[in-house]
Design a protein around this ligand. Structure first.
Ligand code: NAP
Ligand code: F7E
Length: 339
């Protein structure tokens, strides 16, 4: 029997990779997103996929209960991956309500599914941000201490899901996902902002890269590998929460330095740390211990950090500017710039 998966927030970074992964495994996919431009980008990306006829894409809002009911009734999914979110932590300080409403849509999704299609297995994208300033390395047993509206909302969703599962004995679980990046990462996130910024410096379109907190440490993995963990979590005998992480955190400064090193430049000549771009609060160090995922899911990240940075930068710069060449034409060093 062919499996059917429903993906909310399908046009985002993870939704795109998950779609490709599930297609390669023979699934049929029904997915929706509220972002029409990204939806079009996903259609274009899938245009060359030999399995694209197994994907049905719709525009829709995860907060819309009628829409969700209709979609679940019409598709009867075996698995539901809830990825839709206002996922930018910085934006959540300005837009706490829309962030919370979207994060908490999992409540409706669980209730609707239980009522009309209880056999569906549900995955919820929880986040390392829930740990806040909890000591590293963070595990499934670490304390939560959210430091942003985004983290608070995701934590409420996370706790609701666990309680709901205990009450109704359904198959629902949450992955505690640490930062994962790729060339599909939106430009507002620091990894893409850095690689895009370097590309603009290389092409001569820019002479500086303005960032916020360079001291924050994050555990950065590759999104392609993290969607595999999502799938594995829905294939277990019993639903359970797992930390999904590489086990190594690096500072934003280290990310910047790695990127500039690839073009043979010193980041200090270009990067400005701007207080205006700091968040009201920012977890100092998020570094996950994914030993449980390794033990029970046989999941282990393989793509090294340096390769992730290189792939992202290469995607921005284009294959014609090989990174094997240390200096790329168009770079204008400016050592007198503010640091
Ligand atoms: P993403 O690129 O922001 O994708 C989320 C998608 O959901 C976006 O296309 C977004 O569109 C859409 N969306 C937002 N509100 C919606 C709504 N009300 N109804 C339908 N769609 C909506 O995020 P991602 O990196 O793929 O992450 C996937 C999930 O994992 C998110 O829930 C995120 O919070 C969580 N997560 C991600 C990471 C990470 O490092 N990537 C780590 C931990 C957890 P808009 O652009 O219009 O908002
Ligand atoms: O910030 C610092 C910033 O916005 C990373 C989301 O997927 O992962 C992501 O959230 C760090 C923070 O990601 C800039 O202050 C410095 O310390 O790339 P980011 P995030 O906030 O970690 C978690 C796990 C999620 O769940 C989220 O959905 O970088 N930083 N300067 C900056 N960040 C941004 N965006 N822009 C800067 O200029």
């Amino acid at each position: 029997m062919k499996q059917v998966a429903l993906i909310t927030g399908i046009a985002g970074q993870d939704g795109s990779y998950l779609t490709e992964l599930l297609l390669s495994k023979g699934y049929s996919i029904v997915g929706f997103d509220n972002h029409s431009v990204r939806m079009q980008q996903l259609r274009l990306r899938l245009a060359d996929n030999p399995h694209r006829s197994r994907v049905l894409l719709e525009l829709g809002d995860v907060r819309d209960r009628d829409f969700m009911t209709h979609l679940i009734l019409s598709s009867r999914p075996d698995e539901i991956y809830n990825l839709a979110a206002q996922s930018h932590v910085g934006v959540s300080f300005q837009q706490p309500k829309v962030t919370a409403d979207t994060a908490l849509a999992i409540k409706g999704l669980l209730e609707i599914s239980l009522e009309i299609h209880p056999v569906a297995r549900i995955f919820q994208a929880s986040t390392s941000e829930m740990f806040g300033d909890s000591p590293t390395p963070q595990t499934e047993h670490s304390n939560f201490n959210p430091l942003s509206p985004y983290a608070e909302a995701k934590l409420e969703a996370h706790e609701f899901l666990i309680e709901f599962r205990q009450r109704h004995s359904c198959y629902a679980c949450a992955g505690i996902l640490f930062n994962h990046e790729s060339p599909l990462r939106r430009e507002e996130f620091v990894s893409r902002k850095i690689t895009r910024g370097i590309a603009k410096i290389v092409s001569g379109d820019s002479t500086e890269l303005r960032l916020g907190n360079l001291a924050a440490r994050r555990d950065w993995g590759h999104a392609k590998e993290y969607v595999e963990a999502m799938w594995l979590m829905l294939q277990q005998e019993r639903p359970e929460e797992f930390v999904v992480a590489t086990g190594k955190s690096r500072s934003v400064e280290e990310f910047v330095a790695s990127g500039f090193a690839l073009i043979g430049e010193n980041w200090r000549d270009y990067v400005v740390s701007d207080q205006e771009l700091f968040r009201p609060s920012d977890p100092p160090d998020l570094c996950g211990d994914a030993a449980e995922a390794y033990r029970k899911l046989a999941w282990q990240p393989k793509i090294p950090f340096a390769e992730l940075v290189r792939e992202m930068l290469l995607a921005e710069i284009g294959p014609e500017n090989s990174l094997a060449i240390p200096r790329v034409t168009g770079v204008i060093p400016n050592s007198s710039r503010t640091r």
